[in-house]
Design a protein around this ligand. Sequence first.
Ligand code: 5MM
Length: 360
Amino acid sequence: MSGDLEAMAQNLVAGAKGLLAIDESIGTCNRRFGRFGIPQTSEMRRSWRETLITTPGLSEFISGAILFDETIEQKASNGTRFLEILAGVGIAAGIKVDTGTVPLAGHPDEKITEGLDGLRQRLERYSMLGASFAKWRAVFAIDHGTPSAASVAANSNALARYAALCQEAGMVPVVEPEVLMRGTHSIQECEEATETVLRSVFVALQLHGVQLEGMILKPNMVVPGADSPNQVAAELVAQATVRCLRRVVPAAVPGVLFLSGGQPGPIATARLNAMNSTGPDRPGPQPWALGFSFGRAIQQPALAIWGGASSERGDAQLSVLHRARCNTAARQGLYEPAMENHQTPAIHPYSAAERTALLA
Ligand code: 5MM
């Protein structure tokens, strides 16, 4: 068993920090830019990622950033490599290594994630560049008859092969099986599907000899479908999520860092907080750290502020810092919705004096 992997995984969850997912593929990033009329160019994507990773004070709340192949060798406008910037503030660099999803043969409504071909060589390159962890995402939609046993088995096997290759390369695998929020399903249906998927993923991980102490799980929270008429309180999401995880996630796994999956930032934060709080309706302490590896729930408000304009960079960074800070509070059960009111007016989480200090 590699103590290095275990230590690296522990570092990713230490200090109530979490991961910042900025690994959108070109298509996804462009779609998100499109909503705000931001030019869909390589230079704008570089500039946005520069804005995110140069946020002053980010490392107080963020332990690692998940990058994309296009980004990992990019530089800030002053010529400093992104990887150097991250290392300079003690943020670990990760890399998305799946190459996206395609329809699963025989199951045209479902997806299989690709990227295993040549992965050993790609991991070697990313590791040489300085990445210490990697990420692979599998997706499962809840619908009539889905997720099917075939898609669960095929994606679990791919996740396990990816994770084993990562550990062989000395990198921590972040294993991301995502039951999508899209649809009208109930929270119970989500719990059932999530349990089925996670159970299968852990059987595959153990079959492939993946060291559980040296990995991170990045699942969805157990929530009702985005279009379900039966939305529920944060406490219910926390109870269902923790109940589901306790049935299937071995205690040896150091951290469960949730994806946000399209939940608005403050809602994802409140749900995470409920999982980490104690009290009669709250789940209480668990064997693994319960944290965050959010993309949209940290980036979205900031992206709207930035809008592609360098003049808005400072305010966008304050928004990133605010969401990261709220999520770190939620990891400790210390988040209160009133923390959102510190944004004046609606976007600024800090006083004028704090802003000046942060941007200095
Ligand atoms: C589920 O998406 C992951 C977490 O982001 P959210 O918190 O926004 O849900 C995210 O890391 C995702 O895997 C990447 O953005 C890559 O997505 P694409 O669609 O570009 O492969």
